[in-house]
Design a protein around this ligand. Structure first.
Ligand code: NDP
Length: 263
């Protein structure tokens, strides 16, 4: 039996085991997917091999540690320098980032987008900024502090902290901060957010499974919006497809995984 796992800290809230096990059951794949609570990111590779895993996903805060411990990193993960999917290939640990492509699939429903404002400058913001840029969409990054903006400046993206930012129109506003995840905070001072929402065409919050204060304000503005569920689904579909080296049709994986959201 092939065994897979998600590594994170915390990890108990993760929906990945349900999503992937639903695919295994529906497609009659002899595999199971577990959770691994890992506090020390540096132990990721050893733990992967000690558990004899065939593949894994990696969540907060170990995506950068996973990148550093792969034998080979493929695709957009090389630029983002963060890995959320690990696959064992001929005894080697291969790293991918499916958050980026998952996000691009998720925003397809917003139609034509040329500019996007990313709020936040963490690992998710990195993945999305690179994915948007590769997709021909110009990202601007807005963070409450300057420290984490350096990566984005090096990539040549326009960056602002709250102090220097002046609102202007964007096609899409994306909240990648954890504001609203376990508190009741907005990701931006309210006056700036209100001004932005009056000039944008749509908004997305990468947080899923709850209505954040950010999404509540977006709803009041009557803009098209979505939470992070579609991104979660699509990154999972792509990871599952990689786990078996493309052996199972992606449409069948998506349909089985989507079903797990109704359980
Ligand atoms: P990081 O910890 O790497 O980055 C967090 C960012 O949020 C930082 O820029 C930080 O700013 C900012 N921030 C945190 N709290 C606040 C606040 N109260 N107000 C304003 N800014 C704040 O996190 P990740 O990028 O790894 O993850 C971010 C979110 O994305 C999480 O909620 C995670 O659950 C979600 N996610 C969803 C996915 C999906 O599939 N839907 C996939 C991956 C992540 P500063 O630099 O000033 O500290």
């Amino acid at each position: 039996m092939n065994v897979f796992s998600i590594f994170g800290d915390p990890v108990s809230h993760s929906r990945s085991p349900l999503m992937h096990n639903c695919v295994f059951k529906t497609l009659n794949i002899d595999a199971c997917y577990t959770r691994t609570h890992l506090t020390e990111g540096a132990q990721l590779r050893n733990t992967f091999f000690a558990k004899a895993l065939s593949g894994a996903n990696v969540t907060v805060p170990h995506k950068e540690a996973a990148y550093a411990q792969c034998d080979e990193v493929r695709g957009i993960a090389k630029t983002i320098q963060a890995v959320n999917t690990l696959v064992l290939e001929e005894g080697k640990l291969i790293g991918y980032n499916t958050d980026a492509d998952g996000f691009m699939s998720a925003i397809g429903s917003f139609g034509d987008i040329h500019t996007a404002l990313i709020i936040g400058a963490g690992g998710t913001a990195r993945a999305l900024s690179i994915a948007l840029s590769h997709g021909g969409i110009t990202p601007t990054i807005l963070n409450r502090s300057r420290g984490r903006l350096e990566y984005f400046e090096c990539e040549g993206f326009e960056c602002f902290d709250w102090e220097e930012f002046i609102a202007r129109p964007y096609d899409l506003i994306i909240n990648t901060t954890s504001a609203g995840l376990s508190d009741n905070e907005l990701p931006l001072p309210r006056p700036i957010l209100m001004e932005l929402l009056s000039q944008t065409k749509g908004a997305i919050d990468v947080i899923y499974g709850k209505e954040t204060p950010f999404l509540r304000e977006v709803k009041v503005s009557a803009l098209p919006y979505k939470d992070g569920s579609d991104m979660l689904l699509e990154q999972g579909v792509l990871a599952n497809h990689l786990f078996f080296h493309g052996a199972y049709p992606i449409d069948q994986i998506r349909s089985a995984m989507k079903h797990s959201f109704t359980l």
